[in-house]
Design a protein around this ligand. Structure first.
Ligand code: ATP
Ligand code: MG
Length: 241
């Protein structure tokens, strides 16, 4: 579904992503794991053309993303930003409705979809739909960010630290709820995290990165049982968190 070949990105001479290749199969949850600054966000943003690669290829369903119209491409790909990226002057409902509105859904359908999604993500439509993001807790804001990405039911989701900036208990709760959301089970997901527990709880496969390169790509069991080097074992023990 997603194919990445020899992807490379440098910003004014600083290499952020160094010749990485991977594939994501339909229905998989590939987790990009790694230390701060290793190139996770840059990789994710290249997948939906928010950033253009310096070199390399990305194909989604066989189509080169360079030849896709950016707006059209992004509507088929839900994006959950690092730090939620909610619009502060939009209500919760308005934030969730952004893509359905762009797609000119009728009002009733948008309201119905918003209500369903909020309920699935453990939010209250009656109480919270008309609140502004700053009136919600961090965990609730993260849930709204996920609802927004799911709104138009895109087949692919890119999620950048969707449980970032939360205390460990809330994080675990959201992670567990996340696993139960039926819509998410059908999606092809690329999720960024620096948290080993997130990765082990949610990944079909883990892509462990360091300094812009992939150190190891495999199932959680493969990384745990056959780490390719000391960095992998130490990372999994939490020594870099
Ligand atoms: N727009 C930019 N201009 C210049 N350098 C950038 C830019 N964006 C990212 N970088 C650099 O590229 C490298 C990778 O950044 P990136 O945001 O991809 O890291 P990350 O793995 O997502 O880190 P974190 O876990 O802290 O979010 C860093 O060294 C960063 O400083
Ligand atoms: Mg990042």
């Amino acid at each position: 579904m997603i194919e990445v070949e020899h992807l490379h990105k440098s910003f004014n001479g600083t290499i952020a992503v160094r010749d990485i290749s991977f594939e994501v199969n339909k229905g998989e949850n590939l987790i990009l794991l790694g230390t701060s600054g290793c190139g996770k966000t840059t990789t994710l943003r290249m997948l939906n053309r928010l950033i253009l690669p310096t070199s390399g290829n990305i194909r989604i369903n066989g189509q080169d993303v360079r030849s896709a119209q950016p707006e059209k491409l992004r509507r088929g790909i839900g994006y959950v930003m690092q730090q939620t990226g909610l619009f502060p002057h939009y209500t919760v409902a308005e934030n969730i409705a952004i893509v359905p509105k762009l797609e000119k859904w009728p009002k009733e359908k948008i309201a119905e979809r918003t209500r369903t999604l909020m309920q699935k993500l453990g939010l209250s439509y009656e109480e919270q739909a008309h609140m502004f993001p700053h009136e919600l807790s961090g965990g609730q804001q993260q849930r709204v960010g996920i609802a927004r990405a799911l709104a138009a039911d895109p087949p692919i989701l890119l999620m950048d630290e969707p449980f970032g900036a939360l205390d460990p208990i809330t994080r675990q709760k959201i992670r567990n709820d996340f696993k139960e959301v039926d819509e998410l089970k059908r999606k092809t997901i690329v999720m960024v995290t620096h948290d080993v527990q997130d990765a082990f709880a949610l990944a079909s496969r883990i892509c462990l990165m360091d300094k812009g390169s992939i150190v190891q790509l495999g199932t959680p069991e493969e990384l745990r049982e056959q780490p390719v080097n000391d960095f992998v074992s130490r990372f999994l023990k939490g020594e870099y968190n």
